[in-house]
Design a protein around this ligand. Structure first.
Ligand SMILES: Cc1ncc(COP(=O)(O)O)c(C=O)c1O
Length: 459
């Protein structure tokens, strides 16, 4: 059967079918979840009713309250089960509570959680990180936001340069100086969504379109930029993959101008055991990985090349003793080290990635068939186990193009309609992850539910 959506629903202009789908899903959600509603009502002293305000960004009328998350499945307090393809927005990329991690945590927990001193796991973790990601010197942080902040500070200290460069459409966590964007007219400015920031961040941050080699050449020419920070592919708008030759040019220009290159693999760790950079030989000076790197225990890592570490050490020796602005008290804790070791040694294995990628292939094939059958101008973008429906006929090359592929009302209706059919995808855009615990049957359920939802939109 060929179904075609009315043009207005594809453009996300809240047409009647999109609102009908959403209204129907909302009624079903509320009508079948009395405990969820009661638990949500008992959160008077939480701002916005949730422990972290992003949790109210889901499409549900009241938050889904999780009773249990295990492997690639969630169960809510009303007993409804969900195939989880959101996986904590990548924090649970390797599945919820992998048994090897749980065992390692159970071993460590009675022996100290936070000592501000290393345990015997520390050296092993350093070796594992160096082998996997190809950089020789590592530090541990507690979130990817922190790791990016510290790596940028290290880059500035090492080079003695004031500026950084980010690509339009990127997100690197709660790192002040990366909260910039290009307006529709191409003017740099603070992100319109940023709260509580009185400074003009573009004073020290340059921003250019991703995949734009000429703009990069110009932005680095005066040699005042300490560091370019980028994901290998932008994953925080609709997915924007690098165009052929872009990374080679980025590395050549950064080297030629003495600019450090920081690759943020927090999301693209989905690509391969060593992330996108190792798979594609990107040779960064600094590398950050957060979220899933310790299986969901709050942990991030940042690595340096030998030369960057040497220059950073020199800067540290020149500075006065005292607060460096790099590091936090809970970072490098025994708990994090145990979690990192277990995840790197036993969970995020080659075999796990082979499984994740094979299922992501299956998901891509299934979703492509659903999209083609409906004749929709959408396509699938991939970074290994990370699969995204992009609402544009062709790959997006820049953040600006990716913004045009966003249709919030349509997306929210689809997310909620999938959720009441027992499938969870990311609340922010149409992102899905396959974990080592995900099964082919779960993938097939997601594909079938997507087909059903698209058919409902076209009724
Ligand atoms: C690429 C990237 N880097 C860093 C972060 C920040 O991670 P966290 O929120 O865990 O600090 C994110 C969060 O989504 C991210 O997508």
């Amino acid at each position: 059967m060929t179904v075609s959506l009315p043009a207005e629903s594809v453009s996300g202009a809240s047409p009647s079918r999109v609102s009908a789908l959403r209204a129907e899903a909302e009624a079903l959600y509320l009508g079948t979840r009395p405990r969820t509603r009661a638990a949500a009502a008992a959160t008077t002293h939480l701002y916005d009713g949730v422990p972290m305000h992003w949790m109210s960004d889901w499409s549900t009328p009241v938050p889904l309250i999780v009773q249990e998350a295990r492997g690639a499945r969630l169960t809510d307090v009303d007993g409804h089960g969900y195939e989880d393809f959101c996986l904590g927005d990548t924090a649970a990329l390797f599945g919820h509570s992998p048994p090897a991690l749980v065992e390692a945590l159970a071993r460590q927990m009675p022996q100290g959680l936070a000592t501000m001193l290393p345990t015997p796991d520390a050296g092993a973790v350093g070796d594992l990180l160096a082998r996997r990601f190809g950089l020789p010197r590592w530090q541990i942080a507690t979130t990817a936001s922190d790791a990016n902040r510290f790596a940028l500070r290290a880059a500035r200290a090492a080079t003695g340069r004031p500026r950084i460069l980010v690509f339009d459409g990127a997100y690197h966590g709660a790192v002040d100086e990366t909260f910039v964007e290009l307006s529709a007219a191409g003017t740099p400015g603070n992100k319109a969504s940023l709260l509580g920031e009185p400074r003009d961040l573009t004073t020290l941050t340059r921003i250019i379109p991703f995949n734009d080699v000429a703009a990069l050449e110009e932005a680095l020419a005066d040699r005042t930029v300490a560091c370019v920070i980028t994901e290998p592919a932008l994953t925080n708008c609709a997915m924007v993959l690098p165009t052929p030759g872009f990374h080679a040019a980025l590395r050549e220009i950064t080297r030629r101008t003495g600019t450090l290159l920081l690759i943020d693999e927090t999301h693209t760790l989905s690509t391969a055991p060593g992330g996108y950079a190792a798979l594609h030989g990107l040779e960064p000076d600094l590398l950050v990985v957060g979220k899933a790197i310790a299986g969901g225990v709050p942990t991030a890592v940042w690595g340096m090349s030998e030369e960057t570490a040497r220059r950073f050490r020199q800067a540290k020796q020149r500075a006065a003793d005292g607060h460096s602005g790099i590091g936090t008290t809970l970072s490098g804790s025994p708990l994090q080290l145990a979690a990192l070791r277990a995840t790197l040694e036993q969970v995020a294995t080659e075999a796990a990635y082979a499984h994740m990628n094979a299922l992501a292939d299956r998901l891509e094939t299934g979703l492509t068939a659903v999209i083609d059958r409906a004749g929709l101008p959408w396509h699938i973008a991939r970074c290994g186990a990370r699969v995204e429906v992009v609402r544009a006929p062709q790959p997006c090359r820049t953040g600006a193009e990716a913004r045009l592929a966003h249709f919030p009302a349509l997306e929210a209706a689809i997310h909620l309609a999938l959720l009441v059919r027992g499938v969870l995808i990311s609340p922010f855009h149409d992102m899905m992850l396959c974990s080592p615990a995900t099964t082919a049957a779960q993938v097939d359920r997601l594909v079938a539910a997507t087909g059903e939802v698209i058919d409902r939109l076209a009724d």
